[in-house]
Design a protein around this ligand. Structure first.
Ligand code: SAM
Length: 220
């Protein structure tokens, strides 16, 4: 019995990753290619245990229609798309043609390309112009941190009752609790965390996966 989450040493983290479902060749190659092409940005990819968790969650929920805000080179989108059924859909939102051109190649290799629609535009615009009747089972937010509250407010009404939202980086590498840190991405995360907690339409939990992953269930 314990009352707190275990702090992970690098060795314990390695053990944890090694005891989840193994990462396949497609994702391993994607990690390698992203690091080679975009060495300064590769850190933006989600980690292997988070990807496995997202695939399992998608599958466990029986999600069919999903949306992602922040695609980069495609790691998280592949993890979500793999959890969707053959006729499932994923709307992937990003602004970078350069980064998502890598994602497009890997969607083909992963066999998920028919499920994915890429929208290259500021995500707030994309979400605001969705048809009023659009409903998603699952949303994943992982883009500019200052935009999180706006994305959340567009997405919550579009999630079906019982559906879920996942929001990445909600611990900001620990900076959320450091009053000396006042930069706008960290303040964006603080604002978002308070906003989600106060939102009576959802039941949220902030999980210590990766850099903090908020999971929220839309109430019926
Ligand atoms: C942290 S990365 C996403 C990482 C991705 N989920 C993965 O697992 O590889 C953030 C992404 O958000 C995109 N982005 C930033 N501002 C955006 C905006 N206003 N609208 C849409 N996408 C945006 C960036 O181009 C970048 O690809």
């Amino acid at each position: 019995m314990t009352r707190a989450t275990e702090a992970l040493t690098p060795e314990l983290y390695e053990y944890l990753v090694a005891h989840g479902a193994p990462v396949d060749e497609v994702l391993t190659d994607l990690v390698e290619e992203t690091a080679r092409l975009f060495p300064d940005s590769a850190i933006m990819q989600i980690g292997p245990e988070q990807g496995t968790f997202m695939t399992l969650l998608t599958r466990l929920m029986g999600a069919r229609d999903a949306v992602e805000v922040g695609t980069f080179t495609g790691y998280s989108s592949i993890c979500i798309a793999r959890g969707l059924p053959a006729d499932g859909t994923l709307l992937a939102c990003d602004v970078s043609d350069e980064w998502t051109s890598v994602a497009r190649r890997y969607w083909e290799r992963a066999g998920v390309a028919p499920k994915v629609t890429l929208k290259l535009a500021p995500a707030l615009e994309t979400l605001r112009t969705l048809p009023a009747e659009t409903r998603f089972d699952l949303a994943f937010i992982d883009a500019d941190k200052e935009g999180y509250v706006g994305y959340w407010d567009e997405l919550v009404p579009r999630i079906r009752p019982g559906g879920a939202l996942l929001v990445d980086n909600t611990l900001s590498h620990g900076r959320v609790i450091d009053p000396a840190v006042t930069d706008s991405p960290v303040q964006g995360i603080r604002d978002f965390n308070d906003h989600a907690l106060a939102d009576t339409r959802v039941e949220p939990v902030l999980l210590p996966i990766g850099d903090g992953l908020t999971l929220a269930r839309k109430k019926a």
